[in-house]
Ligand binder design. Structure first.
Ligand SMILES: *[C@@H]1O[C@H](CO)[C@@H](O)[C@H](O)[C@H]1NC(C)=O
Ligand SMILES: *[C@@H]1O[C@H](CO)[C@@H](O)[C@H](O)[C@H]1NC(C)=O
Ligand SMILES: *[C@@H]1O[C@H](CO)[C@@H](O)[C@H](O)[C@H]1NC(C)=O
Length: 377
């Protein structure tokens, strides 16, 4: 590989790609309550950038979804870089080491929003968003509470939470591991950021699903020329059909007691409005519980390949990437891909992220008022 293509890979491999974020945000936009829609539209109008008319909630959410990746290395925003992932005690000898051990031992700080990682970021931004929405609900004429930065981060972070490689520290979330995918040498992280999803979008038979009803629950904006638009219709179709009965489960957030009973060890209080020990300020997000389940995919799927089942602890510099995972198997083929395909892993993850994002936004914005979401979730 020459230096130029190496640099290109470094560039694309460091974040959950824009397509995953676009899809998560766009799916969420179909399941918002009227109050949430009104607040997001107020944010969109307030943040209005020339050339981007804030016309619909869907286009606003899609547009802001990748933003956190674009700014994380720019002046003034460096603090946000570490909020894109969570690193839970990685170690060859003990602790998290996929595919041998997926141990999501997260220690929730006393104030969950102080955690300088993805989970802390989700708590922090959910809190800020609900504070802004509360000000706006009290008086929507003054412009109070119309800072859209917490929303931008939150939309992005719920996307990152649904990429398993953002939930393990091994080889910097797979950034230091090189594999072959569709004939190209890529970082494992890059495969799961864009490679898998792009292959899906190209190959799935969504053209057939497009003619079917998208479930009868949602309105879809007119096309805007995104490469994923028809795939999104397919996902909406799956929400109304194949995954219909699983979605309630995906929105669950057990109280700490339940969680303790089930696993024997607490993973920290789940802060949900009206549930568990939400304390004086309930924050409706369930990131540890959700992350714990998703992190298991690192063992079951993402690192589940003989060439990745090593105890090597690769340390890389861009000039000398480690020789791990470089056997002749192409991950877009064979058993590895079959599993992704038959279990519809990419579709599950995107849909989980989308419906959870909608639920978090609704709960944060409406402040506990029971309103029914438009899409019926
Ligand atoms: C929480 O958000 C504020 C900005 O709204 C930021 O200054 C602070 O660093 C954030 N902290 C964490 C841990 O995310
Ligand atoms: C602002 O609040 C008023 C009164 O509560 C309401 O009638 C109006 O629809 C609200 N405007 C928006 C944009 O939500
Ligand atoms: C990884 O390798 C170990 C021993 O080398 C083996 O016991 C284990 O089953 C392997 N795990 C996977 C997921 O292949």
């Amino acid at each position: 590989m020459n230096l130029l293509s190496l640099l290109l890979f470094v560039g694309i491999a460091t974040a959950y790609g824009p397509t995953g974020h676009h899809l998560t945000a766009s799916l969420a936009s179909h399941f918002l309550t009227p109050t949430t829609q009104a607040y997001l539209l107020a944010l969109a109008r307030h943040a209005h950038t020339p050339g981007y008319p804030p016309d619909t909630v869907q286009s606003f959410l899609v547009r802001v979804a990748p933003w956190a990746d674009y700014i994380k290395r720019t002046r003034g925003w460096a603090w946000s870089g570490r909020l894109h992932y969570v690193n839970v005690g990685t170690g060859v000898e003990g602790g998290d080491w996929p595919p041998q051990r997926c141990e999501f031992a997260y220690e929730l700080p006393k104030n969950p929003g102080d955690g300088e990682d993805l989970i802390g970021g989700i708590y922090n931004m959910t809190t800020h968003l609900s504070e802004g929405a509360e000000l706006w609900r009290l008086d929507n004429a003054t412009g109070a509470g119309l800072d859209d930065v917490p929303l931008r981060f939150l939309v992005h972070f719920l996307g990152d939470l649904h990429n398993p490689l953002h939930l393990t520290g091994r080889a910097r979330g797979g950034n230091d591991v090189w594999v072959k995918f569709e004939g190209h040498r890529m970082r494992l992280h890059g495969v799961w950021d864009g490679g898998v999803l792009n292959k899906r979008i190209r190959e799935l038979e969504w053209a057939r699903a497009e003619e079917e009803d998208v479930g009868g629950v949602v309105e879809v904006d007119e096309g805007r020329g995104y490469v994923w638009e028809r795939y999104e219709r397919y996902l909406l179709h799956l929400i109304g059909t194949k995954f219909k009965d699983e979605i309630d489960e995906w929105l669950e957030c057990p109280s700490p007691e339940l969680e303790r009973g089930a696993t024997g060890s607490p993973i920290g209080p789940q802060r949900v409005l009206g549930m568990g020990d939400a304390g004086d300020k309930g924050v409706t997000a369930c990131p540890e519980y959700w992350a714990k389940a998703i992190s298991k995919l690192n063992c079951d799927v993402v690192w589940n390949h003989p060439s990745l089942n090593t105890t090597l602890s690769p340390f890389s510099s861009e000039a000398d990437p480690p020789k791990v995972g470089l056997d002749d198997d192409d991950l877009s083929d064979g058993e590895y891909w079959d599993r992704i395909d038959t279990e519809m892993i990419p579709e599950r993850l995107i849909i989980m992220g989308g419906v959870r994002l909608a639920a978090v936004l609704n709960a944060a914005v409406q402040g506990g008022v029971g309103e029914r979401a438009v899409g019926g979730l």
